[in-house]
Write a protein that binds this ligand. Structure first.
Ligand code: HEC
Length: 123
């Protein structure tokens, strides 16, 4: 009797896991490698870093010292800044008065997250 119950239980569990339902465990466990982090997560991380490193001069995507060079979509496009790499390039080698963010300050990954956030948030 006990044995049959166990077998039936196992069948139910296997079926449930094949269907991906009725399980308390997430299908693939928690951690994922950062490279596969979904864009949403990257944008959230970018927002935190933006507040920390950029918002003082670019509050709400503006620009406190050069109103022509805001981070809003229209300004960026008119300066041919359309891709995350374009924004990272400016962080690494600013045009004139902006302070420079080298890789020791912001890793390529963090800089990329900020860039994704800027393109997403100030469209
Ligand atoms: C000390 C003030 C300051 C800080 C901090 C700062 N910026 Fe800037 N940013 C500027 C200024 C001033 C300009 C105008 C161009 C120049 O003088 O280099 C600018 C221009 C830009 C531009 C070009 C905008 C356009 O429309 O052409 C981008 C993109 C940009 N900043 C991104 C960032 C990011 C991302 C950060 C944070 C990692 C950041 N900035 C931090 C002052 C700052």
């Amino acid at each position: 009797m006990f044995r049959i119950t166990m077998q039936a239980c196992a069948v139910v569990l296997v079926t449930a896991s094949l269907l991906g339902g009725c399980s308390n465990e997430p299908p693939q466990g928690g951690e994922r490698p950062p490279a596969a982090a979904p864009r949403q997560q990257q944008v959230q991380r970018g927002e935190e870093l933006f507040r920390q490193y950029c918002a003082a001069c670019h509050p709400d995507g503006g620009n406190v010292s050069d109103p022509e060079r805001t981070l809003r979509g229209r300004a960026l496009r008119s300066h041919h800044i359309t891709k995350p790499q374009d924004i990272v390039r400016i962080m690494r080698t600013p045009i004139s008065r902006m302070i420079r963010f080298d890789a020791a300050t912001l890793s390529d990954e963090d800089a990329g997250a900020i860039a994704e956030y800027v393109l997403y948030a100030f469209r």
